[in-house]
Design a protein. Sequence first.
Length: 453
Amino acid sequence: MNTPTRTDKLDRIATLAKRRGFVYPSAELYGSPGAIYDFGPLGVQLRNNIRREWWRRFVQEREDVVGIESAIITRREVLAASGHETAFHDPLVECRICHERFRADEEIPPAADHEHDLTEPKQFNLMFQTSLGPTEEGAALAYLRPETAQGMFTNFKNILDTARVKVPFGIAQIGKSFRNEITTGKWLFRLREFEIAEIEYFVKPGTDGEWFRVWLEAWEGFFTDLGVAPENIRRYEHPPETLAHYSTRTVDLQYNFPFGWSELAGVANRTDYDLRQHQQFSGRDLTYFDETDNSKYHPYVIEPTMGIERAMLVFLVDAYRDYPGGRAGKEDGKEVEAVLQLHPRLAPVTAAVLPLVKRERMPDIAREVAAELRRAWFVEYDENGSIGRRYRRYDEIGTPWCVTVDSQTQKDETVTVRDRDSMAQDRVKIGELRAFLAPKLAAAPTRAQSPTH
């Protein structure tokens, strides 16, 4: 096996992703804008699997977290109260020669034909503006939300009244957010339209430190339990001068990307900042009455958050392997074989059913097998090309198992199940296929426990 150099690995993965239908540049017919992407059939399935695993672990399997889906279009008053109108900025500089713009707090790439003559930094608000109704006057100003959090804070009382939850509890959401980034690049790493999966977890003041630890461990476990190598993840504690306006502590989970260590996900202690701000601006009482000690307070909030696209990027990068000369190890071979060793629960296609040849009823039997397996998982049927080429095709998109129907199948109703990573093959009865594959997919994920456990 050969691991591609760090400088070209991301390009190879992006090329594979477009060729196989994971990710396309948006509106490519017209010259795709930067940092906006569409997701093809396999990309949609991978994203759905990431969402499903996240939701199952952090909502479905917990008693203390409920879900919400809040609006994307956000009233100006909400983001004025949250501080985003005045504080959600990045420092911008512009080259007076080429007029290219850069973030002043990041390394500025050199120009090919001149030395940059940069302006003084100015603050650039990252939010996309829009208007509500047929007027552009200030009262109708709104924004495409830059984060999903505010919809959870403004619904704090609604959740208390309808879901019968008690502190500590969380509100979870997966949804689109929008940021007009100054600089983009690095493929899926920094986008202008992206999806956030996050939880606002409300706790009693004084317990926030321990809950911060719990959620940081749970967030890291989500990635390692789904196959990301632990040595490729580290924690980064933000110094006070880099904290967001709402945070008293933030720890990033950083991943060792091909372009270096950078943020994958994070956990922030937002204290009671947001609830107090919305109470002040709205005039509505957002305190919580704690029946355990008859106290009244604004809960503190621990916020674990991650981007779906960035998580998708990490799963793809960590799973990617390539083999010059093929997996058989023939050094003189010309073809490079790529394999995505995705966790089986993330793989866009769980299994491919392949007739060895197009005769002797093999295609008919294979279609019947595929139809049965589709009742449980996402399964493809493929009869085109040699069996070796089909194996390589499914290795490349991360399919964990290929089920082959051959001449032996008609004699004893068995099929060959080939494992993607080991290339080992097992002979399995057709009627036992689901029972054979299910345990390989059903390993229970580690869950975040309360500080008392």
